[in-house]
Design a protein around this ligand. Structure first.
Ligand code: DC
Length: 203
C-alpha cells in the first residue's frame, strides 16, 4: 500500500481488536496505532495528579512508550478521561495525521470509523460477549502474573462498556458501513483470517 489507506478497527474492551489490528498491520505491512494508549497516557497522568486536558494537549508519540499503561486501574482512568470532549478534541489531529500517512495505517479504538476517520477505506467492528471478553482479560492478567478475580473483571468490563457506550461524545458504536466481526466463538487465527478477507475484498 503506497497510497494512504485507512483501516479502522473499533470495538469494546478485550474483543480481540488489539491482536487483530497488530496481525492485520503486519500482514499488509502498514503502520498501527492503538488509540486506547492515547487515553491511557492521559488517564495514567491524571492518577498522578495531572490535569486531563493539559496532558491531552501536550501529548507526543514518545508518551505512548511509557511503562504501566496496561494496568486495570489505568484502563478505568482512561475510560473516565475519554468522556471529556476537550480531551477527545485534543487527540483528534494526532490520530487523523497518523491515519493518512503514506503506506497505509491501521487504527484501533472506539470511534475510529464513526468520528476520527469516517472516510476510512475499511471499517471493522470487532466484538464478543461480555463474559467471553472478561474471561480473556482475566486469563491475560493471570498470564502476566497479576492477581485477578473473574467476577470483578466481568464487573469492570461491564462498567467500562457502559461508560464507553453511553457517553455523549463519540460513544462506542459500529459505523453504519462497518463490517461486524463477532469473535465470541472464533480462535484468534480465525478472527485474523476473517479480518484480512474483509480488507482484501475492499482493496
Ligand atoms: O482500548 P483500550 O482498552 O486501551 O482503551 C482504554 C479506554 O480509552 C477505553 O475504555 C475508552 C477509551 N478510548 C476511547 O474513548 N476512544 C478510543 N478511540 C480508544 C479508547
Amino acid at each position: 500500500m503506497s497510497e494512504p489507506f485507512t483501516i479502522a478497527i473499533d470495538g469494546p474492551a478485550a474483543a480481540g481488536k488489539g491482536t487483530i489490528s497488530k496481525a492485520v498491520a503486519a500482514h499488509f505491512q502498514c503502520a498501527h496505532l492503538d488509540t486506547g494508549l492515547l487515553y491511557r497516557v492521559v488517564g495514567a497522568q491524571v492518577l498522578q495528579g495531572a490535569e486531563a486536558i493539559e496532558v491531552a494537549r501536550s501529548l507526543t508519540a514518545e508518551d505512548l512508550e511509557i511503562d504501566g499503561l496496561r494496568t486495570a486501574a489505568v484502563a478505568q482512568a482512561a475510560s473516565k478521561v475519554a468522556v471529556i470532549a476537550e480531551v477527545r478534541a485534543a487527540l483528534l489531529d494526532f490520530q487523523r495525521a497518523f491515519a493518512r500517512r503514506s503506506g497505509g495505517a491501521v487504527l484501533d479504538g472506539r470511534d475510529i470509523g464513526t468520528v476520527i476517520c469516517p472516510q476510512a477505506e475499511v471499517k471493522l467492528f470487532v466484538t464478543a460477549s461480555a463474559e467471553v471478553r472478561a474471561k480473556r482479560r482475566y486469563d491475560e492478567l493471570i498470564g502476566r502474573g497479576e492477581t485477578a478475580d473473574l467476577a470483578q473483571v466481568i464487573e469492570d468490563v461491564r462498567a467500562r462498556d457502559a461508560r464507553d457506550m453511553d457517553r455523549a461524545e463519540a460513544p462506542l458504536k459500529p459505523a453504519d458501513d462497518a463490517h461486524i466481526l463477532d469473535t465470541s466463538d472464533l480462535a484468534i487465527d480465525q478472527a485474523v483470517a476473517q479480518a484480512i478477507a474483509v480488507i482484501d475484498a475492499r482493496r
